[in-house]
Design a protein around this ligand. Structure first.
Ligand SMILES: Nc1ncnc2c1ncn2[C@@H]1O[C@H](COP(=O)(O)OP(=O)(O)O)[C@@H](O)[C@H]1O
Ligand SMILES: [Mg+2]
Length: 234
């Protein structure tokens, strides 16, 4: 479904992603792990076309999307929830959800889509008219995920969704990820919380200094304490 071939990315002269190749199959959850600064966020941004200096092939459903504009990637069913969530100040929860809409679904569907988001995230229902940035960190994360789901993606890229969030909300979020698996939504999950990630992941990759230094099943990594300790601690 998603196939990365020899992906490289640079910030100025700094070569941050160095020849990453990997495949994610339909309905699979792929965990991407690794220490802070390893290049995980840059890899996701490269997949979405947000890094100017990049090379390699990003194949989505057999088409190279590397040169396509970001909205075209969304059209094709790829969604992205960035690390900093990007809840827009001055807009209500409802208006933030609407942003996920633009150009992707008919305006007439709006009420249905918002109702659907509230069903998935009941915490948002009471807060639809509240300014998005006044929500708690965990609720903002849910809003960011809900906004990505509006486009009905077939694959979603999540960058450290549990970071800075209360454990009870992390539990809720991971329950959702498990439901996604049953629905066949494919996921790339970048996480610091290795145990949680490996609980839902099918495959796991460890990135270190811009390269993949481990690729295997989630189970293989779960059983490899040394690998986890050496490369996944913050
Ligand atoms: N906008 C940027 N400009 C220059 N260097 C950056 C920028 N963003 C990240 N970096 C550097 O690129 C490397 C990889 O960062 P990042 O992809 O954010 O890692 P991770 O998500 O694994 O923590 C780090 O050394 C970081 O300092
Ligand atoms: Mg990061």
């Amino acid at each position: 479904m998603l196939s990365l071939k020899d992906i490289n990315a640079w910030y100025g002269l700094s070569h941050v992603v160095q020849g990453i190749s990997l495949d994610v199959r339909p309905g699979e959850v792929a965990a991407i792990l690794g220490r802070n600064g390893a290049g995980k966020t840059t890899l996701l941004r490269t997949i979405m076309g947000l890094i100017d200096r990049r090379s390699g092939i990003v194949e989505f459903d057999g088409t190279d999307i590397m040169q396509m504009p970001i909205h075209e990637r969304y059209h094709r069913g790829l969604a992205y929830v960035p690390e900093d969530r990007r809840i827009v100040p001055g807009l209500s929860v409802r208006e933030n959800l609407r942003l996920g809409f633009v150009g992707l679904r008919a305006k007439a569907e709006e009420e249905a889509v918002i109702a659907e988001a509230c069903e998935t995230f009941p915490r948002l229902r009471q807060r639809l008219d509240q300014e998005g940035v006044t929500l708690s960190g965990g609720e903002q994360q849910m809003l960011a995920i809900a906004r990505a789901l509006v486009a009905k993606p077939r694959m979603i890229l999540l960058d450290e969704p549990s970071e800075g969030i209360m454990p009870v909300l992390i539990d809720e979020m991971y329950e959702l990820f498990k439901r996604w698996k049953q629905q066949g939504l494919s996921v790339i999950l970048v996480e610091q919380d290795v145990e949680r990630a490996l609980e839902v992941a099918d495959r796991a990759y460890i990135v270190d200094q811009g390269r993949i230094i481990f690729a295997g099943t989630a189970k293989m990594l779960l059983n490899d304490r040394e690998m986890q300790e050496r490369y996944c601690s913050v």
